[in-house]
Design a protein around this ligand. Structure first.
Ligand code: FAD
Ligand code: SIN
Length: 524
């Protein structure tokens, strides 16, 4: 166990974490920036993003139109100032990404090719084929490699933020006293050592929570760790009830994570059909397949309950195959690999948990309720999305906020002044190596089952209360394990998933009106 000092400590290596690292490292060549990440350096939700980034680019499009689409999708509980800020700053932030080397597709006229997705009234999705996220992730990692003052540490797991709870004297923080962050405890997964990273400023950029559900488009890293840590440190966390289910994950029972069939496929003209071949979305919304995600996912859910079927279908058979293969090569190949030829077969699809609109509450500069602690990207709640995120506004939010957070740290040099504080090292006295990891994996599956069965697209107070009872039991069981077992990433993830599930359920119980992605039978 050792104490490591850094100026800027970033937890997570997706679009949010890497963008902040690049901008701050460029501005301060003499300061050290640490990026710790729990899997290989590229593993993230970012890497799997398909559709693209929503940016007003076409002369016929307007900021006002993107703002209105974002508000409508969010059921009008978005923070209007934040919506305006993100959408108006988007073109400049995108240019930075392009200058760093990201390549996006062009149309025949030589302009950036603009796709369309649900809830957008214009073509404005900038993309790289159907692997936009991978292009962005690799571009950012290339830049990181060029900056000698960035230390990128893959297979390093952030366990907990260091706040007054951990500093010498063990002062207990009361609700209204300001809390400060001094860094984080990080496990080197290769040596199992838990080191103390003391830092002037810390940024949580740990991404999403998809794995709290049994069926999700998110990779296995998406266990809500940053939100779990912030919750334990008493940061403000809000709007956790707004979990977005993507309408069209490929239906493949047993395959986890679920492969996404991008919304851009519907933007390209694909139809949703039930087993009888009917386009059921025509009766639900005048935008049909291109209504916002909450509406389409709920309509599919209702269709499945009505028909007793396990999936609905995406019909691409009427589309131009050459153009389809050119825009969606990855999706085309994936379908073919499971025997679905999109030229003549329908693609079986179901909704799956995809994105969290709420999270660690931040202001317009990305500051959390804890001093010296920022949150950025999917783990944060900025107010942009309201009750339901508009398609392709997530990469955008992370990109804009990352640049603004970096700017805040660069211009306000108080953040980087060294703070004198005695931080104790991690104490694992009285714990022993776990005999059986099954105890952890069993509880993880239980949380996922409870959430999928009782806290999914359609909720009710009865189901939520039942979920809370069962989660309470799992929480106590896991804490017993935590108190006697040597820490492992698996155990930490389980604790974080418990915290996420608890927050989703309790904040769902508090919401008395159906809005966007939140829908309870008791609020009808
Ligand atoms: P991530 O990219 O998820 O990065 C989080 C990082 O934190 C990872 O490196 C992870 O390993 C690390 N981490 C987590 N916990 C710990 C820990 N305890 N210790 C250390 N490191 C940790 N959005 C769009 O706008 N457009 C799209 O087209 C789009 N398509 C999508 C397709 C799929 C399949 C998925 C899953 C999401 C998609 N999204 C899309 C959403 C978008 O990709 C994410 O919201 C966004 O990439 C989040 O970026 P992030 O940097 O906040 O988090
Ligand atoms: C997709 O490509 O459908 C995902 C887009 C998003 O999550 O915004």
């Amino acid at each position: 166990m050792s104490i490591i000092k850094s100026d800027i400590l970033i937890l997570g290596s997706g679009i949010a974490g890497l963008t902040i690292a690049i901008k701050t490292a460029m501005a301060f060549p003499n300061k050290n920036v640490f990026v710790v990440t729990k899997a290989d350096e590229s593993e993230s939700n970012t890497k799997y993003a398909q559709g693209g980034i929503a940016v007003v680019w076409d002369k016929l499009d307007s900021f006002e139109s993107h703002i209105q689409d974002t508000l409508k999708a969010g059921d009008y509980i978005n923070d209007l100032e934040v919506v305006k800020m993100v959408i108006e700053e988007a073109p400049e932030c995108l240019m930075k990404l392009i200058n760093w080397g990201a390549e996006f597709d062009f149309d025949k006229k030589g302009d950036l090719d603009l796709g369309k997705e649900g809830g957008h009234s214009a073509h404005r999705i900038i993309h790289h084929k159907d692997i936009t996220g991978l292009e962005i992730e690799l571009t950012l990692l290339d830049q990181i490699a060029k900056l000698p003052n960035i230390t990128l540490l893959p297979y390093h797991f952030a366990i907990d933020l260091i706040t007054e709870h951990h500093t010498e004297g063990k002062k207990i923080v009361s609700e209204d006293e300001p809390i400060n962050c001094y860094g984080a405890y990080i496990m080197n997964q290769k040596t199992q050592s838990i080191d103390t990273y003391v830092s002037s400023v810390t940024i949580v950029a740990t991404g999403g929570i998809g794995q709290v559900y049994a069926s999700t488009t998110n990779p296995t890293i998406a266990t809500g760790d940053g939100i779990g840590m912030a919750f334990r440190a008493k940061a403000k966390i809000t709007e956790m009830e707004f979990v977005q289910f993507h309408p069209t994950a490929l239906y493949r029972p047993g395959e986890s994570p679920a492969f996404l069939i991008s919304e851009a496929v519907r933007g390209f003209g694909a139809y949703l059909r039930n087993k009888e071949g009917n386009r059921f979305m025509l009766k639900v919304d005048e935008r049909a397949e291109l209504a916002s995600r909450d509406i389409v996912a709920r309509a599919i859910n209702i269709e499945l309950l009505k028909t007793g079927e396990e999936c609905v279908y995406l019909d691409c058979t009427h589309l131009d195959l050459t153009a389809f293969k050119n825009h969606f090569p990855n999706i085309y190949e994936k379908c073919l690999s499971i025997g679905v030829d999109v030229a003549k077969d329908f693609i079986p699809v179901v909704p799956a948990s995809h994105y969290l609109c709420g999270g660690i509450t931040v202001d317009k500069k990305g500051k959390t309720s804890i001093n010296n602690l920022f949150a950025c990207g999917e783990c944060s709640r900025t107010g942009l999305h309201g009750a339901n995120r508009l398609a392709s506004n997530s990469l955008l939010e992370a990109l804009v906020y990352a640049q603004n957070i970096a700017e805040e740290i660069i211009t306000n040099t108080n953040y980087l002044k060294e703070k004198l504080v005695q931080v104790p090292e991690w104490n694992e006295e009285g714990t022993t190596a776990p005999d059986e990891l099954i105890l952890i994996s069993h509880n993880r599956k239980m949380v996922q089952t409870i959430m999928s069965n009782l806290v999914a697209i359609v909720r009710s107070n009865e189901r939520l209360e039942k979920a809370l009872d069962q989660l309470n039991y799992l929480y106590q069981d896991t804490e017993k394990l935590y108190n006697k077992t040597k820490l492992s990433p698996q155990l930490c993830e389980l604790r974080n998933l418990n915290a996420i599930a608890f927050l989703i359920v309790t904040q769902s119980l508090e919401r008395k009106e159906n809005k966007g992605a939140f829908y309870s039978l008791d609020n009808l």
